[in-house]
Design a protein around this ligand. Structure first.
Ligand SMILES: NC(=O)C1=CN([C@@H]2O[C@H](COP(=O)(O)OP(=O)(O)OC[C@H]3O[C@@H](n4cnc5c(N)ncnc54)[C@H](O)[C@@H]3O)[C@@H](O)[C@H]2O)C=CC1
Ligand SMILES: N[C@@H](CC=O)C(=O)O
Length: 360
């Protein structure tokens, strides 16, 4: 059905960008590379939406939303308040491209329905194919029917990890195991961390660098890594759900109890003692700490590991992800993929690549 609906419109394809935060803002200036094939017609934040079916200059759309935020009366007619549920204007239809650059559960729950309507969906939001298994299956069903779904940015911020797993499988190989560092934030936090400086200060820096999730507890709890491991496992043919993954959370009771961004920030100091003890203990053995995700068949677990300095998974610096893949083809020595796994620039570039693929 989706393939039937996905007729090429006799105008530039319309583009909607939902989310104008770290990633969405980095995408906007890059869109100029896709003109005149594609025309930005909708830009939304969680509360405001700037839309024009004839097209919007990205800078003007951002400025219009900023005006509305400052005081709705000052906003131009193109800006309206919205409830974040993902309702789209009637003129946005089959063949048009929608980018989800949010971390919204409500929007992720819409991905399959958008595909069914003939929209081409490109996402950095992992809750679409890394959320509940049923949601993943609904999206896959649409893709099998010819719909276009670009999810390269969801794992490794666009590193060719997901593509590699899918290509191996499509070529008849069987991925038997995966192991690696899948969080740019946690890679950066543990790179060079020996317990002598406050871990909380490092978390604040990782947030400022744009590596962390909108709520950094999603990184610290292992939830972000769980979503990525689920995406990879499902791509490898293991239909796992969230409860199938054993996760070691780094959150403290104080962080768990925090109710908003300010109290979360204040509660970060509760991480300092416990993690410095673990880092010093690792250092005393000549080891380093790494937050590692492992998939072996249908067994999936994630947690902090103390690894010898020379260990393959202890390599890579800064926000690098580093993942080893074992398959029939790579059974003796794994295939290893490494590179920056978080950050506005690489993620926006991955979204742009997917948008380009969606429109050619
Ligand atoms: N920061 C990174 O390195 C990477 C981020 N991602 C993913 O990209 C997504 C966005 O991350 P950031 O830009 O860092 O977050 P952010 O918090 O900076 O921005 C999120 C944006 O989404 C908007 N938003 C939230 N709910 C919305 C809704 N219902 N409708 C429309 N807009 C809505 C917010 O107003 C904000 O503009 C997340 O899902 C994250 O996991 C993926 C790969 C790497
Ligand atoms: N918060 C995530 C961003 C990319 O997915 C991470 O740190 O890896």
């Amino acid at each position: 059905m989706s393939a039937f609906l996905d007729l090429l419109p006799d105008r530039p394809r319309r583009l909607a960008v939902l989310g104008a935060g770290t990633v969405g803002r980095a995408l906007l200036p890059r869109l100029a590379a896709l003109e005149p094939t594609l025309s930005l017609c909708l830009l939304a934040t969680s509360r405001w939406r700037c839309a024009d079916p004839e097209g919007l200059p990205a800078g003007a759309a951002l400025a219009a939303i900023a005006l509305a935020q400052a005081g709705p009366d000052a906003a131009p007619d193109t800006v309206q308040a919205h409830d974040g549920s993902g309702d789209l204007p009637a003129w946005f239809g089959p063949g048009d491209v929608l980018v989800d650059a949010t971390a919204s559960e409500a929007l992720a729950a819409r991905h399959a329905r958008w595909l069914q309507r003939g929209l081409r969906v490109v996402t950095a939001n992992k809750l679409g194919v890394g959320g509940p298994l049923i949601r993943h299956q609904q999206v896959r069903r649409q893709v099998e029917n010819g719909a276009w779904y670009g999810d390269a940015a969801t794992v490794g911020a666009g590193l060719p990890l997901l593509r590699c797993v899918r290509d191996l499988r499509a070529g008849g190989d069987r991925v038997s195991a995966l192991a690696g560092v899948l969080s740019g934030t946690l890679a950066w936090l543990f790179d060079g961390y020996d317990g002598s400086t406050p871990f909380s200060a490092r978390v604040r820096e990782a947030v400022a660098l744009g590596y962390a999730e909108p709520d950094p507890r999603v990184d610290l709890s292992g939830e972000d890594v769980r979503r990525k491991l689920l995406i990879l496992a499902r791509a490898a043919g293991q239909p796992l759900d969230a409860g199938d993954v054993q996760v070691e959370s780094l959150l403290t009771p104080a962080l768990l109890g925090a109710r908003d961004a300010a109290s979360t920030d204040a509660a970060l100091v509760s991480l300092d003692h416990a993690l410095s003890v673990r880092a010093r203990d690792a250092a005393a053995r000549g080891n380093v700490l790494r937050y590692v995700a492992r998939l072996d068949g249908a067994h999936a677990r994630i947690g902090l590991e103390s690894l010898p300095l020379g260990h393959a998974l202890a390599q890579g610096g800064a926000c690098d992800n580093r993942v080893a893949i074992w398959s029939c083809r790579y059974d003796q020595r794994p295939l290893v993929i490494q590179g920056p796994g978080a950050g506005a620039g690489v993620t926006a570039a991955a979204l742009l690549d997917d948008i380009r693929r969606a429109t050619t």
